[in-house]
Design a protein. Structure first.
Lengths: 530, 212
C-alpha cells in the first residue's frame, strides 16, 4: 500500500554558448563536458531501467537554450569531434598507463564510457539525444518540463510583464516544437518566484511550478501540509516546494553524499597533471583545462589523493542510495500518520551535478530508483501525476523567494551585477514598444525585429548575473551581456531610423541564431498604453 | 659501478620530478560556474571548476558599448530581500530645467537630493539623503512583506520637490503567515517537525512558533 511519493526533479540547463566565429572555444566545452559526463550517462540510466521494466517516474526540465544547443548542427558536429578526440586520448591513456594496472583500468573505464557515448550519440540518435528523452516520456518514465526561454531570473523583471510573458511564451513554443505537446510544468530559473508570476504561467496552460521551501512555508494563508503537498495559487497554477532534508543530503559538502572520500575527485585531471607536450592536441589553444580523465578519489580534505577505486565507489553509491530512500521512507511514515492525503517529497537538483561534478551521481540515481521500485509503501511520482490524484488543493499565495544564497534575490542583484538591470529593463521596454508599433513590417524590418528580440533574450540569461557574482569567468559573462545589449541597441536604432544594414543583420542572424522561429510579436501588449 | 650509481640517481631524480609534477596541478585563474550551488545548506560547497580563460580569443566588436544614459526619466525600485530594496535612476536635463524653473537658477546645486520611500502598506514614508554622484542606491527598509514606492526629489529651502516616481514593489515575506484558512488549518505535528529541520538547515529559526 503506497503511503506517499518521492518526486525526483532534475533541471538541465546551460546558457546558449555557440561561437561559430572561432574554433576551440573554451566555453563550448561546458556543453561538451555536460554531454559526456551528465546528459548521456543519465540517458543511459533512464533507458537501462526502462529496458529492465523497473517502474519509475522522474521529472526532467530541459531548458529551451539547452534544447537549442542539443539540436544545433554546428554544436552537434563539434561535440562529435570532441567525443572522437576524447576517445583518441583514451587510447593514448591506456597505452601510457600500460605498466600501472591501477591507472590502466581507469583509463579503460573512461574509454568504455566514451565508446558507449559515441555509439548512443552517433549510431542510435544521429547526434540528437532529445529523441532519447522524448522516447522515455512517451514510454511513461519521464515527465519533461520547460523553464523560462533563456532562463531569466523573473523576480527582477516583475514590473515588465510583457517581457516575462515573452519568456514563457517562447519556452512553451520551443517545447511544443520538440515534443509535439504543451509542457505540463515549468522550472522557474533558480526557483525565482514572486506572487503574480503564476498568472503568466496560467495564461500559457502550465499547470505547476516549483518554489524553494520557504516560498511555501511563508505562503499566505499558511499551508496546511507545510511543504509536503502542493498548493494552488489564486491563478489556479499549483506550486510544489523543495524538501529541505533531501536537499542537504545530496547538495551539502559537509553533510552530503558527493563529498565522500571514496568518490572520484573532480579537481585532479590529467589536463593539469600531465606534461603539456603530451596533451598538446587535446587542449584548446594549448590552454590547460579538464579532459575528463580523473584518476583519483577525494581521499581526504587535504591535497593528499589516492587512486580511484571504482568498485568501492559503486558500493558507496549503493549505500548512499539506500540511505536516501530510507530517509524518505521515514519522512513518509511520519507524514502519512498526520496527513489526510498522501504526502509528496520533492527533491530537485541540477542535472549537471550528476556525473559532471558527482561522477557516481547517475549510478546513485539508478540505485535510488531501483530501491524505491522494490518498496511497496513508496512510489516515485511526478507533479503531473500528483495533480491527477488530488484535484482539490488549498489556495494560498507562496512568498517571493529563490533557491539562491539567502533565499531571495541577493545572488542576482548585488554590487557585482546590479549595473546590468538599467540596461536590461531599458531594452525590454524598447522591445515592447517596437512590438506594439510594428504591426505589419516589411520582411527586412521583421527580421531585424526578430533579431532584436533574440538579442534581448540572450542578454536576459540569469547565468550572466550569476557568473558575475560568483567571480568565475566574469569577463565572459560581462562581454556576453554587453555584446547582446549593444547589438539590441543598434538594432533598435536601425529599425526606428529605417536604416537596416542587411549585410550586418545577416551576420548577426548567423552568429546569434538562437530560436530560429522566434517571432518578435510575443512582446506585443494586448492593450498597449497610449 | 659508477655508471650504475649514476643511473640510479638519475632514475630517482626522474621519479621524484614526475610525481612532484603530478602532484602540483596547474590551476587557471578563472573558474567555470554551475548554478544551483549557492542555496541553503550547501553554501560551502566548492563547485567552481578551475578554468583558464583567454580574453584575446574573444572576438571584439569595437562598437560594443552600453550608453551611460538613455535620455529618459526613470526611477526603478526592486526588492533585494525581505529587508533591502534597490533603486536606480536617470534624470534628464529637461527635468532638471523644470526644477530650476520652479525654483531658482542655481537651486540644483543648492538643494539636497532625497529618496523618499513610501510604505504603502502602513501609509507612511521615510527619506534618505543621497548625493548627485550616485545613480543607484541600496535601501535598508527592514520591512518584509510590505508594498513600497519610491520618489526621487530634492529639498530646496526646506521644501520638498518630487521629480521622479517609481514602480511599486512588495518586499518578500520573512516568516510564517499568521493568516489561517479555517478549512485548511495547519497540522501542528508537521509544522513542528519543519521547525526542527529548518533550525539545522537555515541556522536560524523563523518558523517554530505558531502565531495563532
Amino acid at each position: 500500500m503506497v503511503k506517499g511519493y518521492t518526486a525526483l526533479v532534475l533541471h538541465a540547463h546551460l546558457p546558449y554558448v555557440r561561437h561559430p566565429e572561432r574554433e576551440d572555444s573554451l566555453e563550448e566545452r561546458w556543453f561538451f563536458e555536460a554531454m559526456t559526463e551528465s546528459y548521456l550517462p543519465l540517458l543511459h540510466v533512464f533507458e537501462k531501467l526502462s529496458d529492465e521494466g523497473i517502474p519509475y517516474r522522474l521529472t526532467l526540465s530541459l531548458s529551451p537554450t539547452l534544447l537549442a544547443m542539443l539540436s544545433d548542427d554546428l554544436l552537434q558536429k563539434r561535440y562529435l569531434r570532441h567525443l572522437e578526440k576524447s576517445l583518441l586520448l583514451a587510447q593514448r591513456e591506456t597505452r601510457r598507463t600500460a605498466a600501472e594496472p591501477v591507472f590502466n583500468r581507469l583509463a579503460q573505464m573512461y574509454k568504455e564510457i566514451l565508446e558507449r557515448n559515441l555509439h548512443t550519440y552517433q549510431e542510435r540518435f544521429n547526434k540528437n539525444i532529445i529523441t532519447g528523452f522524448k522516447n522515455l516520456q512517451d514510454k511513461g518514465h519521464l515527465e519533461l518540463i520547460t523553464t523560462m526561454a533563456t532562463h531569466c531570473y523573473s523576480p527582477l523583471y516583475s514590473s515588465q510583464l510583457a517581457v516575462l510573458r515573452a519568456q514563457v511564451k517562447v519556452a512553451v513554443q520551443e517545447y511544443a516544437k520538440y515534443f509535439g505537446q504543451r509542457p505540463q510544468g515549468m522550472w522557474l530559473p533558480e526557483c525565482g518566484y514572486y506572487p503574480g508570476l503564476d498568472g503568466l504561467l496560467q495564461e500559457e496552460g502550465i499547470n505547476y511550478f516549483f518554489v524553494e521551501s520557504h516560498g511555501l512555508l511563508y505562503a499566505t494563508p499558511r499551508p496546511k501540509y507545510g511543504i509536503y503537498s502542493p498548493v494552488k495559487c489564486p491563478s489556479g497554477v499549483a506550486a510544489f516546494a523543495r524538501d529541505v532534508e533531501s536537499t542537504v543530503q545530496v547538495w551539502s559538502s559537509e553533510l552530503g553524499y558527493p563529498g565522500d572520500f571514496m568518490y572520484r575527485e573532480f579537481y585532479r585531471d590529467i589536463g593539469y597533471d600531465l606534461p603539456e607536450d603530451y596533451l598538446k592536441e587535446f587542449l584548446p589553444g594549448g590552454i590547460r583545462c579538464d579532459t575528463g580523465f580523473k584518476y583519483y578519489r577525494i581521499t581526504s580534505r587535504s591535497d593528499y589523493k589516492e587512486p580511484y577505486l571504482p568498485e568501492e565507489a559503486s558500493l558507496k553509491a549503493r549505500l548512499h542510495a539506500e540511505d536516501f530512500v530510507q530517509n524518505r521512507k521515514k519522512q513518509i511514515d511520519f507524514l502519512s500518520k498526520h496527513m489526510d492525503l498522501k504526502p509528496i517529497i520533492v527533491s530537485p537538483y541540477d542535472a549537471e551535478l550528476f556525473g559532471h561534478w558527482w561522477f557516481e551521481g547517475p549510478l546513485w540515481l539508478e540505485n535510488v530508483l531501483r530501491i524505491v521500485a522494490a518498496i511497496p509503501e513508496l512510489e516515485t511520482a511526478t507533479p503531473g501525476d500528483y495533480l491527477k490524484f488530488y484535484e482539490k488543493l488549498q489556495v494560498t499565495t507562496p512568498c517571493a523567494s529563490s533557491w539562491g544564497n539567502q533565499g531571495y534575490n541577493d545572488v542576482w542583484l548585488n554590487g557585482a551585477n546590479d549595473w546590468i538591470y538599467r540596461h536590461l529593463h531599458q531594452a525590454g521596454e524598447q522591445m515592447i514598444r517596437l512590438a506594439n508599433f510594428h504591426l505589419k513590417p516589411d520582411p527586412l524590418v521583421k527580421r531585424a525585429l526578430n533579431q532584436a528580440a533574440r538579442e534581448l533574450l540572450y542578454a536576459q540569461s540569469s547565468d550572466w548575473a550569476f557568473i558575475m557574482k560568483t567571480g568565475t569567468v566574469v569577463e565572459y559573462a560581462k562581454r556576453r551581456t554587453i555584446q547582446h545589449l549593444s547589438r539590441f541597441n543598434r538594432l533598435y536604432e536601425a529599425i526606428t531610423q529605417s536604416k537596416i544594414d542587411a549585410f550586418w543583420l545577416k551576420e548577426l542572424e548567423t552568429e546569434d541564431n538562437l530560436f530560429p522561429e522566434l517571432n518578435y510579436a510575443v512582446y506585443r501588449e494586448e492593450n498597449p498604453p497610449k | 659501478m659508477l655508471v650504475i650509481v649514476a643511473i640510479l640517481v638519475l632514475l630517482a631524480l626522474a621519479i621524484y620530478l614526475y610525481y612532484n609534477f603530478q602532484g602540483s596541478a596547474l590551476r587557471g585563474p578563472q573558474h567555470k560556474p554551475l548554478r544551483g550551488n549557492l542555496g541553503y545548506g550547501y553554501e560551502n560547497m566548492e563547485l567552481a571548476e578551475d578554468y583558464t580563460f583567454d580574453l584575446q580569443r574573444l572576438r571584439t566588436e569595437k562598437e560594443d558599448f552600453l550608453p551611460g544614459s538613455y535620455g529618459v526619466d526613470r526611477l526603478v525600485l526592486l526588492a533585494k530581500d525581505p529587508d533591502w530594496l534597490y533603486t536606480y535612476w536617470e534624470i534628464t536635463e529637461d527635468t532638471k530645467k523644470l526644477f530650476t524653473e520652479k525654483t531658482k537658477e542655481n537651486a540644483w546645486q543648492d538643494s539636497q537630493p532625497i529618496l523618499r520611500i513610501f510604505d504603502l502598506t502602513a501609509g507612511s514614508h521615510f527619506d534618505i539623503k543621497i548625493n548627485d554622484e550616485s545613480d543607484n542606491w541600496y535601501i535598508r527598509a527592514g520591512r518584509p512583506n510590505t508594498k513600497f514606492r519610491a520618489e526621487l526629489g530634492r529639498v530646496y529651502e526646506g521644501k520638498y520637490y518630487p521629480l521622479l516616481r517609481s514602480n511599486q514593489v512588495t518586499s518578500p515575506a520573512f516568516g510564517v503567515s499568521a493568516e489561517i484558512d479555517p478549512e485548511w488549518a495547519p497540522i501542528d505535528e508537521i509544522w513542528q517537525s519543519l521547525a526542527g529541520t529548518y533550525k539545522t538547515a537555515y541556522g536560524s529559526n523563523h518558523l517554530c512558533k505558531n502565531e495563532h
